[in-house]
Every structure is written in C-alpha cells, then in structure tokens.
Design a binder for this molecule. Structure first.
Ligand SMILES: [Zn+2]
Length: 475
C-alpha cells in the first residue's frame, strides 16, 4: 500500500527535559571521494574593484535559536502546480494534508534557478539581493558575472545577509546541497556547501543537457533522475560527520527533464513522481543525524515551466551573449543577456537609445512583451514592476520571449518569464509549528521561504535579514 511509502511523523517524538545550551561548533570542511566543500568561511569582504559588492555585516543582535526546531527546505526544481497535482505524489499529498499548501505562490523574477535560490537564502527579490542573472553590464560598460569567476567571489556579490549566515550566528549548523552548483551563490555562511560537477560522477554530469543519451530518451531521463539519488547520497555521507539544523537541497532532475522532453511530457510527470518518492529518505536522513530536534519541511520550487518550440531558435547560445541584428543595423550598441529561456535583458551603451531599442525589439516576432521605463507604446509595464533591477546591474529593456520560440537553446521547455506558467508555483509547509491556521500562504513568494525558516528556528527574520520577504507563519 502507498501508506507504507509515506513519510513517518518524525516530529511527534517524545519531548524530553530541556537540553543544556548548545555550543556553536566550529565550521567543518568535509572532503572525500565524492564530497567536496567549496567554502567553509565567509568570503573576505574587501574587493576594491567593486565596493558596492561587499557582503553585508551580519553582526546584528543575536537571540537564542529555538533549541527544538530544525528546518529542511527541499526544492523540486521547475515544478508546476498543475503537474504536481496530476502526478501521483503520496508524500507531497501528506505534507499538504498535515501541514499547509498553496498552488498559487509566486517565484520571483526572473523565474530562473540562480535568482530564486538566492531569494530562498536572503528573503529578497532580485532588486534586493542583486542576483539578476549570471551576467550584467556595469554603468562603465564592463561585463560582470554574478556566479563567478570563483564561488567566493560570486557569494561576495550578494549584498545582504543569508539565512545560513544568520543561522550559524545563532549557533545552528547549516548546509546546502546543490544540483547544478551555481545555486551555491546564495549559500554564503553555510558550514557545508556541496554540489555541481564535483559531487557527480562524470557519466551523469557531462551529458546533463542532452535530450538523449546514446540515442535513447529513456536513458537520458533515467540518468537525470539518477542525479537526484546521487545528491541524496551526498547528503547522507555529509550528515554522517556533520549533523545539520538547517538544510537546503535542490532535487533538480525535474528541471533537466522538462527542458529536454518538455513540461507537457509524461517524462516530466514521471520525474515528479520519482522525486516525491525520494522525500521520505531525505527527511529520514536529516532526522537520523539530528534526532533531538523537531524537523519541519518546506517544499517549494524555483520556478515553473513553459513549453517552447525547439525548432524556432532565436539566437544560438554563444557564451550567453547575444546581439540583435535589427539593433546592430540601427547602430545601437547593445548587449542582451538571457534570463532563463523566456526572458532576456537588453543593455544599451547610450541611454538615449533606450526608446528606439525598445521599439525595435517590440517588433520582433519572438518578443511577447517588453518592460521598460522608456516611453514606448504598448509596453507591458515599467522595468521596476518586475523587481529585477539592482542598482548598477540593470539594463534598459526587459524582454519576455514568445513560447512559440526557443530563445537560446533548442529546448522543448524553458522558463524565465513573468507569465503564470513560469511564475505560479506550489509550496508546502509541514511540521509541528505549522497547520492550516498558523500558516498564511496568501500571496506567498519565494522571498518568504527564508524568513519562514528563520521563524521556525526561533529567529526573528525582520531583525536578521535586510529584505522584504515575510514569514508565512502567523504570530
Ligand atoms: Zn531550468
């Protein structure tokens, strides 16, 4: 019976006498054949080239963390609520039955992995945490990357505190387990930071973007699903030596499979079901390593998905940099960066060109909508409406591409836009602090996950973070 597969109720453990105050453990760097810690300390704040990029000081007043609670945040990368409902997901259903659920939460813009994982970690939107994508042009027309060249530099580009820093300041131990690796840009402060190419065997890492492996779709799907299992094995190995109180893990196979096979495919539904089946093991690992705490589970996702036409490629991917012919012909010096597959951001060298550039772009058949402050008829809204513009990291025009096209990669599924398919997401909260009346999921966004986690841990998010997300738990 399905019930046998369901999550046990680990938070209903017997309550013992109060435990003595804990000592803050020293950060531990793990290293073994498959486990690599990228960074175990906060990055050096001094970067003379970009003083605006210094990480924030987390020296706020500390308060004792909740001695009883622990939080496991599980992201199922690229999960649409309608498909989660269509799939057979007994474990997610149980979280909803016993906790709180919404199918109408929102990802932050752009609806891409990097930005939303940093929102999980900081409680903010892109205009607050600055991870607007992986590239941007400075006002001096210099190109910068937000997820490199090293992880420490990438993390230093996040100008606000992370929940991992805050948790560790309160004597808790935090860890992040990333599928793609670049999610770790938001992991600054976590004792354990694992993910990306270092933790996966080559045979399931190298071909991760291919829709077929050896000519077989089934083999490709199976290997992407294997990545989820390997990441859970990485978590298991790490927890053997380093118990944690706050965990964020990205079960990302769903994203690869939706890109490659399309979000309307049965492969995607299958991937959701296989991911659901992994959830009990993830919780059991966290709890077994740290059994005295009441584990709370937040399940969410970084974004939804749009089905796209892989045969109508707008511009082939060339190291992430694109130029638009019509703008070249008009003599407008520009750069366009893709924000996921369904959004792009246009930077122009000369601000006076913004309106002309916006008008030219708006006429392209692959453009669904534009947001710009320039005075252009028919634009969808002001640039700032999307909350994607961080000071010094913003372009002139935000472009939402049409799903009848694939922007930069010949994918059957892409995301990045502000449309409901990409932006509307499901969210589950579960644990003893949560029931239908203690959670207020109306208008929930991914900026609220981090503040909610801190609240469960007994830390006041408004004092600890510098962003606008809110706790989803009512006082
Ligand atoms: Zn994706």
């Amino acid at each position: 019976m399905l019930r046998d597969l369901l999550i046990p109720a680990p938070w209903r453990r017997p309550r013992g006498p109060a435990r003595p105050a804990r000592h803050r453990p020293a950060p531990v760097c793990l290293a073994s054949a498959i486990v690599v810690v990228f960074a175990c300390s906060r990055p050096a704040p001094d970067d003379p080239e970009s003083p605006a990029d210094e990480p924030a000081d987390v020296g706020h007043d500390t308060q004792p963390a909740d001695e009883d609670a622990a939080v496991l945040i599980i992201a199922i990368d690229g999960l649409r609520p309608a498909d989660a409902a269509r799939a057979d997901t007994p474990n997610l259903d149980r979280l909803a039955d016993e906790g709180a659920f919404t199918g109408e939460a929102e990802a932050v813009m752009p609806t891409i992995t990097r930005t939303n994982f940093v929102s999980f970690a900081t409680g903010g939107f892109a205009d607050e945490h600055g991870v607007v994508g992986n590239q941007f042009k400075t006002d001096d027309w210099e190109e910068r990357v937000t997820d490199g060249p090293t992880l420490e530099e990438a993390q230093a580009s996040v100008p606000v505190p992370t929940i991992f820093e805050v948790a560790e300041e309160h004597g808790l131990r935090a860890g992040m387990f990333a599928m793609k690796g670049y999610e770790l840009v938001g992991a600054r402060g976590a004792t354990v930071q694992l993910g990306g190419g270092e933790v996966f065997p080559d045979e399931i890492w190298d071909d991760r973007y291919n829709p077929q492996d050896g000519g077989s779709v089934e083999e490709a799907v199976s290997r992407r699903l294997r990545k989820n299992e390997v990441l859970v094995d990485v978590l298991a190995e790490s927890l053997e030596t380093q118990p944690l109180d706050l965990i964020l893990i990205n079960l990302g196979a769903t994203d690869y499979i939706a890109h490659q096979q399309g979000p309307e495919s049965e492969h995607y539904i299958h991937a959701i079901e296989k991911t659901d089946a992994l959830l009990p093991r993830v919780l059991e690992l966290a709890r077994a390593a740290n059994p005295d705490r009441a584990w709370h589970v937040l399940v969410g996702t970084d974004h939804g998905f749009s089905a796209t036409d892989r045969d109508q490629l707008v511009v082939p991917h060339l190291e992430g940099i694109f130029e638009v012919e019509a703008l070249d012909e008009a003599g407008i010096e520009h750069r366009i960066y893709q924000r996921g597959g369904r959004a792009a951001e246009l930077y122009v060298r000369d601000d006076a060109d913004a309106a002309a550039a916006a008008e030219l772009l708006q006429d392209r058949p692959w453009v669904r909508a534009i947001y710009t402050d320039a005075d252009v008829d028919g634009r969808a809204g002001d640039y700032d409406d999307l909350r994607v513009g961080y000071e010094g990291r913003r372009g002139a025009v935000y472009v939402i591409t049409d799903p009848d096209y694939a922007f930069a990669f010949p994918n059957a599924g892409q995301h990045g836009s502000d449309e409901p398919k990409d932006r509307t997401i499901p969210m589950w909260l579960w644990g003893e602090a949560i029931d239908g009346t203690s959670a207020d999921l109306d208008g929930a966004t991914n900026a609220d996950i981090g503040p909610t986690a801190l609240t469960i841990l007994g830390i006041e998010p408004d004092e600890a973070l510098e962003t606008s997300g809110r706790s989803l738990l009512t006082p």
